[in-house]
Design a binder for this molecule. Structure first.
Ligand code: PMP
Length: 422
């Protein structure tokens, strides 16, 4: 595989951007080597600046559930941008997109458009604090909710009482207000709530974790979190930035029949353009300015081009049969299981619908600690061996792989051949 152009472009980019990139994981830090510079995408395939073609399983980190460069989305974007790309004033289509979202996810009674998932979670936390008058928040170890200060915190050596900043620049005082609980540990969660219940504004969770790699909640985990938060007047936030519209035309909450108080969305609802949403109970959203005194604003919020792309995407997606991509992901994961077993690898595959992660560990992965037993060196070798054979995987062990409606059985076969070293 020739990577001359990508390497040259990376060298140049290093002069301008920290690590040569505009988002850290793109730098290939955990798999080594230098990143691909992507020239174009079509359907399930991306092409780099050296004209190498790859079957893509990153899919803009889940935003592109239909695939790259979908004609309906392109047309909607072209039409929108011809009428002006931003006004800083309300437009009709914002309400149209709101109608689609609220009818698919009825717990969202009122919502606000923002420009990224980070803005959505950051704002949902601010509103929860404003609504409850409490300061503390609870997140789960290994869940990622964007880079807002309060959320860049992990548990330090088993102590949830004292958050330790997960990033330089996050103050001790902010991280002290973030309590961290292991995913799938309901007893730990119960103790946290009993001890700090009256100080906790909100609990934020990925209802299916995708940033540890894929980890499903155990049987009654989400239900028990719902019951405990309701009992203590704590706002429950489902971060469905990845899971929203990923498993069916709605959220994990609508599949499982659980009603969070607030929901965050992003990725899929913007058709590949920058967007985010937070919304939920009317009485909570009533706190948001200009109705209430929780301030939150954005020059590009509800941007007409992003909204048009999102509407077009959701209109196409609504007619899709999700069992098709689920079956394809199942076929792929079964094939990979056979091949990795024959190679005598130690591995665990976690799959949920069209999302999956191949962990290089023999342990069952149910939380961040078990995920960390994975051999990241092995993952890096697997990543490069697949890339060499035309398969683009996420450049990190602790990420999900995403299938789209553009992937074909031929793509699956190519992927399985690559895994078998052919
Ligand atoms: N929440 C979740 C669950 C995410 O996976 C991400 C990003 N991958 C975010 C929030 C942040 O979204 P963004 O990168 O658009 O700020």
């Amino acid at each position: 595989m020739k990577l001359t152009q990508s390497r040259q472009l990376y060298k140049e980019a290093m002069r301008y951007f920290p690590g040569g990139v505009n988002s850290p994981v793109r730098a290939f830090g955990s798999v080594g080597g230098s990143p691909l510079f992507i020239k174009k995408g079509a359907g399930s395939i991306i092409t780099d600046e050296d004209d190498n073609r790859y079957v893509d399983y990153v899919m803009s980190w889940g935003a592109l559930i239909l695939g790259h460069a979908i004609p309906e989305v392109i047309k909607a974007v072209e039409t929108a941008v011809r009428s002006g790309s931003s006004f800083g004033a309300p437009t009709k289509n914002e309400t149209e997109l709101a109608k689609v979202i609220t009818s698919a996810i009825p717990s969202i009674q009122k919502l606000r458009f923002v420009s990224s998932g980070t803005e959505a979670t950051m704002s949902a936390i601010r509103v929860s604090r404003g609504f409850t008058g409490r300061d503390k928040i609870v997140k789960f170890d290994g869940c990622y909710h964007g880079h807002c200060d309060s959320l860049l915190v992990k548990a330090g050596s088993g102590a949830a009482t004292q958050g330790i900043p997960g990033s330089a620049g996050v103050t001790q005082s902010l991280s002290r207000d973030t309590l961290v609980c292991p995913y799938n540990d309901i007893e730990y969660f119960r103790k946290l709530i009993l001890k700090y219940g009256r100080e906790i504004a909100c609990v934020i969770i990925e209802p299916i974790a995708a940033n540890i790699g894929v980890v499903q909640p155990e049987e009654t985990f989400l239900q028990e979190i719902r019951a405990l938060t309701a009992r203590h007047g704590i706002v429950l936030i489902f971060d469905e930035v990845i899971t929203g519209f990923r498993f069916h035309f709605g959220g994990v909450q609508t599949l499982q029949g659980i009603k969070p108080d607030l929901t965050c969305l992003g990725k899929i609802i913007g058709g590949g353009l920058p967007i985010g949403v937070y919304g939920g109970r009317k009485d909570i959203m009533h706190c948001v300015a200009p109705e209430g005194n929780v301030y939150q604003a954005g020059t590009l919020s509800g941007n007409p081009v992003a909204v048009a792309a999102g509407l077009a995407m959701l209109n196409v997606l609504k007619k899709k049969d999700y069992t098709v991509i689920d079956a394809m992901a199942d076929q792929l994961c079964e094939g990979l299981t056979r091949i990795l077993f024959d190679q005598k690898q130690e591995f665990t595959i976690n799959r949920c619908g069209s999302l999956f992660t191949v962990f290089f560990t023999s342990e069952q992965v149910t939380d961040f600690n078990t995920a960390k037993t994975a051999d990241t060196g092995k993952y890096a070798r697997y990543f490069w061996s697949m890339l060499d054979r035309g398969i683009n995987l996420p450049p990190s062990q602790f990420e999900a792989q995403f299938l789209s409606f553009s992937h074909t059985t031929r793509d699956i076969q190519l992927t399985l051949n690559a895994a078998a070293g052919k």
